[in-house]
Ligand binder design. Structure first.
Ligand code: N01
Length: 538
């Protein structure tokens, strides 16, 4: 078996699968390493009850660029697909395109070292094997390293414990059990209503309330799906040119230009439509204008107060410490209604901090909450966590985590100076998590394949982002970030959920369409900002 390839790709989720296909189109030999036992990435690991996509399923898939046949053959059953259906889709894609033969499952990368003398990457995996390749492409996802906070006594708990991001493959039955859920981000918000239906008693530990928006999920009408399929060419173009990778009708105006009555009507219509329409199709300045943001924040708070019967619980669930959309707003299905059930109680960690995890449950200054199971919905070390775990060493043995000690430094989020021939899918400082991921992933993978194809055509085998181009990108990225309200809110978008992590905006806020235009411009100028050369000794 060969241990030397043209390219090594890490990860077999949306990003890895599309990258593999694009590199095959260049006739390259490719090896994909995947930590999980199957394809799917996020959708392989996140099997918690209620796990569902927050992008509308008809747009959360590969476009015709991957395979017109797959686009035509696959039909979703729900407006927002559940985890099992998305995993089924990715398996369908892998089978149809015969992708598995290049993927080694159950294999984690433990080191990836650039060998300067030979201009190759040497990758070590947890089976002890060493594999080399000219190119290293990381498609490790943005939200793939779980965060389990170091609660005192964590190890002493004798009941069942789960992290939503590493859920067992068999369904977990909470029927008749006392359960604690810690965390109320997008994941907790999806899991809580489902667990509440089974558990005898559910204690929800909340640190920060979110502005949760109703998803309004429903079965998809086949007629609607057919219509979407007929319009796909136009819809994909619109999504690619848009701010968030979705073909929505984005408003240009400020909420402050509307009368209160007009605003109420616009908000209500988008709220009734469900999903992210309320953030994307109403007014355009929520991320940059606090006063405008106050109007929508209050609208959602009012909805929370109207839904939750107990006024004290409603007040705890209504966020007042940050503006709407400065943290990722979760989509909810029956989340607020769950708190109207007799078996569900909300514990505000600010008023009643978690002192420790005990053998029997969770202890606060008020009491010990005895439970049979604890579900940690405590999120992830996003954007950089997985990259840092891979032992990536660039020129002169420089560790990636040392280069990025004060925050990521990238060129277009796709490459970083000092790490030649290494490219990233949805890396920090690219639109990534501020977009509908498949649209962004396609753009990233196509840019990288285009760059490698160009190098091969021009007999270059060494491609590195220049330091000055990187510096200008970081400056541009930060300038845009500074103009928003995002840095003022504690969220994982700015690394605030992980103690000691540099506080900076990790995803690029300039929008999917403008980012695509910038990349196209870079490519049209012979990949301006990259040093492309022939370095390999004969
Ligand atoms: O993680 P989170 P998540 N003590 O970091 C709390 C995506 N996603 O897994 O807000 C007590 O958002 C933490 O509190 P706070 C989506 O992009 C996508 O829910 O930091 N609590 C928070 O409540 C999402 O944003 C889909 O104050 C602690 C929670 O744990 C991202 O995944 C579906 C704590 C963590 O929330 C991550 O969501 C679901 C501590 N020490 C998720 N530490 C799709 O649609 C943390 N918390 C594709």
């Amino acid at each position: 078996m060969s241990t030397d390839f043209d390219a090594i790709v890490v990860g077999a989720g949306f990003g890895g699968l599309y990258t593999l296909q694009n590199l095959r189109r260049l006739d390259m030999s490719v090896k994909v390493f995947e930590r999980g036992g199957g394809v799917g990435g996020t959708w392989y690991w996140n099997r918690y009850p209620g796990a569902r996509c927050d992008s509308e399923s008809v747009y959360y898939m590969f476009s015709d660029r991957f395979s017109p046949q797959i686009l035509d053959e696959w039909s979703w059953t729900e407006r927002f697909a559940g985890q099992p259906e998305i995993l089924e889709y990715l398996n369908f894609v892998a089978d149809k395109m015969d992708l598995r033969r290049d993927i080694q499952f159950d294999t984690a990368v433990t080191a990836a070292v650039y060998d300067e003398a030979n201009n190759r990457w040497e990758v070590t995996t947890d089976d002890g094997a060493r594999t080399t390749a000219r190119y290293l492409i990381t498609a490790v996802g943005c939200i793939s390293t779980t965060n389990l906070p170091a609660f005192p006594g964590l190890e002493s708990f004798t009941g069942e414990s789960y992290h939503t991001g590493a859920w067992p493959h068999e369904p977990v039955d909470f029927t008749g059990k006392r359960v604690a859920v810690i965390g109320t981000g997008a994941t907790g918000v999806q899991a809580i209503p489902e667990i509440a239906k089974q558990a005898a008693q559910l204690f929800v530990f909340q640190r920060t309330p979110n502005y949760d928006i109703p998803a309004r999920n429903q079965p998809l009408d086949p007629e609607y799906t057919t219509k979407v399929k007929q319009n796909y060419p136009e819809l994909w173009e619109k999504a690619r040119a848009s701010g968030f990778g979705l073909p929505y009708q984005v408003s240009e105006g400020s909420a402050l230009d509307a009368t209160p009555e007009e605003r109420q009507r616009v908000f209500q219509a988008a709220y009734d439509k469900g999903g992210f329409y309320i953030g994307l199709e109403t007014y355009s300045d929520f991320m940059v204008n606090k006063e405008s943001n106050d109007t929508i924040s209050e609208f959602i708070r009012t909805k929370i107060r109207e839904t939750v019967h107990d006024p004290a619980t409603a007040e705890l669930l209504a966020p007042t410490d940050h503006p709407f959309f400065t943290k990722r707003p979760p989509l909810e299905t029956g989340y607020y209604e769950a708190f109207n059930r007799d078996n569900v109680a909300l514990i505000d960690i600010h008023g009643e901090p978690i002192e420790s995890i005990t053998a029997n449950g969770v202890r606060t200054p008020v009491r010990e909450y005895e439970v049979d199971a604890i579900v940690f919905a405590t999120g992830f070390d996003t954007m950089t966590g997985t990259l840092f775990k891979m032992g990536i060493r660039g020129r002169a043995g420089q560790p990636l985590e040392r280069k990025w000690a004060d925050g990521p430094r990238t060129y277009l989020g796709l490459a970083t100076h000092g790490f030649p021939n290494m490219f990233m899918i949805t890396g920090p400082q690219s639109p990534s998590v501020l977009s509908n991921m498949p649209v962004t992933i396609e753009q990233n993978a196509e840019f990288i394949a285009g760059l490698i194809g160009h190098m091969r055509e021009t007999d270059a085998d060494y491609g590195e982002a220049n330091e000055d181009a990187e510096g200008r990108w970081v400056e541009h990225h930060n300038e845009l970030a500074d103009a928003t309200l995002l840095l003022g809110t504690n969220s994982w978008w700015v690394g605030a959920n992980i103690p000691g992590k540099p506080r900076t905006l990790y995803p690029y806020v300039g929008g999917v369409g403008p980012f695509r235009d910038i990349c196209a411009d870079v490519a049209s100028k012979g990949y301006e900002g990259f040093t492309l050369a022939s370095r390999t000794r004969a």
